[in-house]
Each structure stands twice: as C-alpha cells, then as structure tokens.
Design a protein around this ligand. Structure first.
Ligand SMILES: [Cu+2]
Length: 322
C-alpha cells in the first residue's frame, strides 16, 4: 500500500517536480536558494526512487510463471523431486547477482554524473591513493558471496548425488547414435535396444523417437554408461545432465513426480549424427509402465556390445590408478 500511495502522489505531481528539479539545479548555484527548498526537493527525489523500486517489485511479483522460474525448462516446479531445489538455487542466485549488479551499476553511474568534469574545471581532480575501509569492503563482500554460492551449490549437489535405494534401475547404454535401455524392476530384466532418429523435417518425428519409460512417483536409479565415445544424458525438463563415459558408470537418482512426455537428447558432440541422438521420456502410471515392460524382450544388453570392451576398461582402470 505504501508503494501505491507513493506512486499516486508521484504521478499527480511528477510534472511539477520535473519543472522544479530543472530549476532547482540552476537555483543551487544562485544565492536565493534556501536550505528548506533543497531538503524538500531531496525528499521528493527519494520518494521518486522508492516509487520506481515499488513499481519494479510489483512488476516482478506479477511476472509469468516462466519468469518466476528463471526461464528454466521445467514447466512444473516439481517435475522431479529435484527440480524445485535446483530452480530455487538458480532463481535465488540470479536475484542476488542482479541486486549486486544494480548496486554496482548505480554506484558507477552516480560517480560518472556526480564527479564529471564541469565547466571551468582545470587540471586533475584530487587524487586518492588509499581507502582501507572501502578496500576491505570490496574484498570481503565478493569473498562472502562466492563462499555462499559455493555452499548452496555444494549442498544441492550433495543432495542430488545421494545414493538412494530404488526398485527400478535402468542401465542406459549410449551408443553412436542411440540408446539401449536395460530395465531391472521387481526381479524382471527387460531391455529395449533403439535406433537413431531420422530428422526428416516433417511433422511426427517426435513420435518415432526411442522412449524411456518411467513410472510416476517411483524412485529410479539411472546407470549411465557408454559403448563407444563420451555421450551425455540430458532431459532438460528434469534440470539434470550427466556425462556418459566409456568404462565408467555415472548415476542419476530421481523420482519423476509429474506424468507426461519430456524431450531428451545427447548433450555431448559425439560424432556425425549427434543431432539425431534424441529420445522421449514418458512418465506414466505404474500400471502403464508394467504393461510397457511386458512388451519388451527379456534380458540385459550389457558391456558385451560395447565397441571395445576390454580396451576401454583397461584404459579406465589405468586412469583410475587401479
Ligand atoms: Cu551422443
């Protein structure tokens, strides 16, 4: 309400102020200006700043959902059990950075205007070599900021990477330029070997992409492996992406919380048809998931289909110092 009052007062009198302000600049140089005039014009200036800040805050709170999630691709806040947390880290970091940015730009602008060379100025302005308090301030503040960002990022990352027990484990093996999905679920071993997309430029290609099925509300462990070169598993709406490295298994643990279709892709340039290494994630009900599983082949396509299993593993063991 305070903001509204300020805005209404400001808009009613803004024209008069604009005129007054332009005069007061001239007046200050003359002998006739009283200290009362200057105080009231300063107060009006402050009211203007507050009104602008209020309007800005109002604008931000009235923003679309897209703006509020910082333009991230998760349409729902809780697409997975992790997306809310990642979104908060992202949006809060941006708000902090913007606040620091606005303050810094404001100070720079103020210096440029307040200490500009005026008519009649000669020589250099007064030169200052040291200001210890300011130097301590601008060393300490960024340090605190960086440490704070680090702490929050580290906490989030640790939560994301905490191993969880899950009924469903999907061993995903990336290959130039598609995916093999091996599902282990309630004692069943099922697989789905897929082929790369064909980007014809026509409608309906999305329906032909290989599907990764996940049951909604069930925690899943994704074991990420590669059969040949480095790939990267990326589902933008899940806000998580992880490399798939030959000879090394990486893990993503998550619980999809919203049913729907989500785009997935390889996010590491992995050869000629990298752009066609696409897939869909279909988050479905548990019943639907079990029905899909029943249509798949029995078995597990493990590393026996890797391009050079022995060689890759040797390199990896050597690199890890084993
Ligand atoms: Cu790839």
């Amino acid at each position: 309400m305070v903001f509204f009052d300020l805005i209404s007062v400001d808009s009613n009198e803004s024209d008069r102020w604009a005129v007054e302000d332009s005069f007061s600049t001239n007046k200050e140089e003359g002998p006739s200006v009283s200290s009362q005039d200057r105080t009231s014009s300063r107060r009006k200036g402050r009211a203007k700043v507050l009104a602008i800040a209020g309007a800005g805050a109002l604008l931000l709170t009235g923003c679309s959902a897209e703006v509020q999630r910082g333009w991230l691709p998760n349409v729902e806040r809780d697409t997975t059990n992790h997306t809310g947390m990642i979104q908060d880290l992202w949006v809060n970091s941006w708000i902090t950075i913007l606040a620091v940015g606005l303050l810094t730009w404001g100070l720079m602008l103020w210096c440029i205007i307040a200490y500009r060379r005026r008519k009649g100025d000669t020589g250099y302005p007064r030169q200052l070599s040291y200001n210890l308090p300011i130097e301590i301030f601008y060393t300490a503040v960024p340090l605190v900021l960086v440490l704070t960002f680090f702490t929050f990022s580290d906490q989030t990352e640790k939560t994301l990477n905490t191993k969880v027990d899950s009924e469903l484990v999907v061993d995903i093996r990336a290959k130039q330029w598609a995916w093999d999905y091996n599902y282990s679920y309630k004692g069943q071993e099922k697989y789905d070997a897929t082929v790369q997309a064909r980007l014809t430029g026509k409608e309906g290609v999305r329906d032909t992409l290989p599907n990764l099925y996940l049951p909604v509300g069930k925690t899943v462990t994704l074991e990420l492996n590669s059969r040949d070169v480095i790939h990267s598993f990326w589902v933008p709406a899940f806000l998580q992406k992880l490399d798939m490295i030959p000879g090394k298994t990486n893990y993503i643990y998550l619980t999809p919380q919203v049913e729907g279709d989500f785009d997935g892709k390889c996010a590491e340039l992995c050869g000629e048809y990298h752009s066609e290494m696409l897939f869909n994630v279909k988050v479905v009900s548990e019943a639907e998931f079990e029905a899909k599983l029943a249509t798949m082949q029995d078995g597990h396509l493990g590393e026996e289909y890797d391009r050079k299993p022995g060689e890759v593993n040797q390199v990896s063991a050597h690199a890890e110092g084993k």
